[in-house]
Structure formats: C-alpha cells, structure tokens
Write a protein that binds this ligand. Structure first.
Ligand SMILES: [Zn+2]
Length: 498
C-alpha cells in the first residue's frame, strides 16, 4: 500500500511540477506519447509534438487522432483554430413546458458523458499547469484550445462533460491564471475558460489515459509570453483559420434572411432566463446558481402566458445552455417578439440588507452608480463565456440613433411601470425599483424590453422567496397581469387611432 502511495506521489510530481531543467526531456517523453513508471506505461494522448522535436514527423499514437491544438515552442505562434462564432441560439419548442414543481431547474446530466471530478492549478507565473481529473469514456477525447485577447483568455472546447466540481473552484487562480470557469456552452459541448493574469501561450494540451488508481487527466500547460508575441500569435491563428476556411467556403452568395415568423395571432412574449451553461450568474453562499433559479421562474412564467390563451411565449434558452447576449436579442428579433423580458437575480458582496425586485430598462447613461455596476456585471456574460467580441458587428451604434428606438424606449418604460405596479402587491420591491443602464440584452431597437431582477441572492429573505414555488407562482401571476395591461393599453391606442 505504501509503495503504491509513493509511486502515485512520484507520478503526480512528474505531472505537476514542470522543472525547467527537465522540460526538454519532458517534451520528448510526451512526444513519444508515453510516461513510463515502475508500474507500467501510461499512455499520453496529446495534441502534436513540438515542431522542432525529433518525433514531430512521426504520427501520434495510432488509436487516437491528434486533436487540433498545436503545441508550439515560444515565441512560435500558437496555431490555434478560430474562435467560434457566438453559439447558435437554441429554439425552444413553440409551446411552453408545464410549470416545474421545484423552484429551480438543475442542469441536465448525460449519464454517458465524461465526468470531471477534480481539478487543480500548479506552477508559477512563468509556467502554469491546469489538471482536470476525468472519469468515463475518455478514449478518443478530442478538444481544442485557443487564446482570446481583451482581456487575455485561454479557451478549451470539449465534448459535453459532467462537471462535478464545486462551482467556485475556479475563483482562486495561481501563476498565470487569475480565475477559471467551466460549463456547457451549447448542447453537447462544454467549455473551460481561463482568465489570464497576462499574455501567455498554450505550450501543451493533452489527455493522459487512466492507469491503475490514477484517473485520466486533461492537462493544459501555459507559458508566460509578452503582449507583442501574444497578439502576433493571435493574428497568425486568425489568418491561418481564414486560409483554412477558404477552400471549403461556399462560392454561392449568402442565403437570404430567414423567412419572417408568421404574423398575426397572439403576440409573442420572449422570456430570457439570464446566464446559463458556463456562465452561472450570481451564486448563493451555499452554491445555488442564478441561472437555475431564473430558468425555473422563466419556465413558470412562459406556462402562465401560454395558458392565458392571449400570448405565445418562447424562452431564449430552455435548458442549461449558454446563449450570448447578442444571440438572445437576435432570437427575439428573428421571432418578431412583441415584448422581451429578461429574468435575473443579483448578489452583493456585502448585502447591507439590500433586497427586493428591480426593473431595469435601457439607457445610454445609467440612472445611478449601482445600475452602472450591475449593467457592467451583466454585460460581462459573453466575455466570461469566451466569446470573441472583436468579431461582433457595430450595429448597436446605429441602433442607438435609430428613431424606432425612441418609441421602443417609451413602450419599455411603460411596461416597466405596470410591472412595478403589479409587483408591488405580490413581492418586495427595491426602494428604487425602476432603474436604467446600458444592458446589452435590452438593445433590440424595435422590441420593448425590460430586465426583471427578482431580488438578491445575497439576502437570505430574498433567497428564501426566490427559491420557493409559492413566491414564484404569485410573482409570475403578477407579471402575467402586467403583460395583460400593457397589451390592453396598446390595443386601446390602436383602436383610438383607427
Ligand atoms: Zn444575472
């Protein structure tokens, strides 16, 4: 038993402590694809050997195709694949699901998925290693690693992984990594995003097969870089991606815009449960997540609106998937929503007894400091999730001067007021319940949009209410009544004009 422990400790040291003096030998060992211990040979499925390695010409181990991550030796650029476009928006079923019997929706678990059971960071600010212990069908596991700038990030894209790690495990960084997070980015796809303390390159990324009592491991090695090298590598990776994409790009013109959704019929209310997947949103002290609580609320609200027979209701996400902020707005516009309600819950590090619901609308200038902070926090969702914002269009600037927006703003404010009236009798309101700031998710130029912040997860009273079925029932009825009076007023105006 003692011998096994010693060997295990020895193996861990080999993996975790990248001694600079032995790094060349280490690379060679990895390039050969095996780590030999007294107990046997442990297979390493890594990405590609360094270009200057004598093994570079040899193919990777036969059963495992190489994953598309380069392992360059700095300062050679990281031949990373292109950062993915914002993920496709999942289209929920046209009819809302039945209201759940629990107040929050736990993330779905795929019983066949690989499980990440433990993870840790090792190393220092010159060289840092992330190790994730894996269980399940890791054979043939493929993944991609790439870097993003502004701010410096490294993204690992994987097939769906069931993360059983504590939600706050990545809050504390080490060496080159400031913080990191993990979760679903789209159906069947998981992602790990590392916030870097400064520019760094991916030196190696590989999977170690399980051996005896050692679990399979995903290993990512980062080495310190400098801003110029980092940006050069990023530009080279983007250029390579464009070049690679050219031969396969269709010669035909882009397809016409999606046909408009059927007009007429009951107006469509799009309900937007905030955050999801890799972006948990606010956390409670005991690890409950905003994304689950607001999804439960959103599903209940959608069911209420559908049941009224006066509206159609759609969700921007109906499960634990991540949807970019622009993706949420696009979803509402593509489906010709008549009203957009984003659902969130906030948290404050020191609650000062702050509690109650707040309704936010869009404005160029924040109504107060607290709203500016909150909008900035909510707008970080894409950044947190590893979306490359540099490729986003600047439509927002045009939208800001659009005349339509003024009318939309007036309607948004009107809905906010009726929502506050209804919420007042059903729930506790923040002492300043109508605020405004530059929330990206409220930027549809032609759809009245509000962000309903249900309360503070940092406040025990709010938390108790938000997670109770009874409170969710009462408040979703209040929102439904507010939606009724909003559309009734609109219909009345139309009748007057005619
Ligand atoms: Zn939120």
């Amino acid at each position: 038993m003692r011998l096994i422990t010693m060997i295990a400790a020895l193996l861990c040291m080999t993996l975790i402590v990248p001694a600079p003096a032995s790094s060349a030998e280490d690379a060679t060992t990895l390039a050969r694809g095996r780590i030999t211990t007294k107990k046997g040979t442990r297979q390493v499925r890594h990405v590609r050997p360094p270009a200057d390695s004598p093994q570079a010409a040899k193919p990777a181990l036969p059963p495992v195709p190489p994953t598309p991550v380069a392992a360059p030796t700095p300062p050679a650029p990281v031949a990373t694949p292109p950062p993915p476009q914002p993920v496709a928006v999942p289209v929920p079923p046209p009819s809302a699901p039945a209201p759940p019997t629990t107040a929050s929706i736990p993330p779905p678990v795929d019983p066949n998925a690989i499980v990440a059971g433990d993870a840790r960071l090792a190393g220092d600010d010159r060289r840092t290693r992330l190790i994730v212990d894996l269980a399940g069908p890791t054979a043939g596991l493929k993944f991609q690693a790439f870097t993003l700038a502004n701010p410096y990030r490294v993204v690992l894209d994987l097939p769906q992984i069931n993360f059983t790690l504590p939600a706050d495990i990545g809050k504390k960084g080490r060496g080159l990594v400031q913080a990191w997070r993990f979760g679903l980015i789209a159906a069947g796809k998981s992602r790990v995003v590392l916030d870097l303390a400064g520019p760094a390159t991916v030196d190696k990324a590989f999977v170690l097969d399980a051996l005896d009592d050692q679990p399979a491991r995903l290993v990512l090695d980062l080495v310190k870089s400098d801003p110029a090298t980092f940006m050069q590598a990023l530009a080279a990776a983007k250029q390579a991606a464009v070049k690679n994409a050219e031969p396969t790009a269709p010669a035909t013109p882009p397809p016409p815009e999606a046909p408009a959704a059927p007009q007429g019929g009951p107006p469509l209310v799009v309900i937007d449960p905030g955050h999801g997947g890799i972006d948990t949103g606010a956390l409670t002290r005991d690890g409950q997540q905003e994304k689950d609580i607001v999804l439960g609320f959103a599903r209940r609200l959608a069911a209420k609106l559908e049941a009224s027979g006066h509206y159609r209701a759609m969700l921007t996400r109906s499960d634990d998937s991540f949807v970019s902020l622009a993706g949420r707005v696009d979803f509402a516009r593509a489906n010709h929503a008549a009203l957009f309600i984003s659902i969130h819950a906030d948290t404050l590090p020191d609650p000062f007894g702050v509690r109650g619901a707040t309704i936010y609308t869009l404005s160029d200038t924040a109504s107060d400091e607290e709203s500016a902070r909150y909008a900035e926090q909510e707008n970080r969702s894409d950044l947190i999730s590893g979306v490359d914002l540099s490729s986003e269009s600047n439509d927002v600037a045009d939208i800001l001067i659009d005349l339509t927006r003024r009318e939309t703003k007036a309607f948004s404010n009107r809905f906010a007021r009726v929502l506050i009236d209804q919420f007042r009798s059903a729930a506790t309101l923040n002492k300043n319940p109508h605020r405004s700031a530059g929330f990206r998710v409220l930027k549809a130029s032609d759809i009245p949009s509000v962000l309903l912040e249900l309360g503070y997860l940092s406040n025990s009273k709010d938390l108790e209410l938000l997670t109770s079925v009874e409170w969710q029932e009462k408040t979703t009825i209040a929102v439904t009544v507010a939606v009724d009076s909003f559309f009734a007023a609109k219909a009345g105006e139309k009748a007057e004009v005619n």
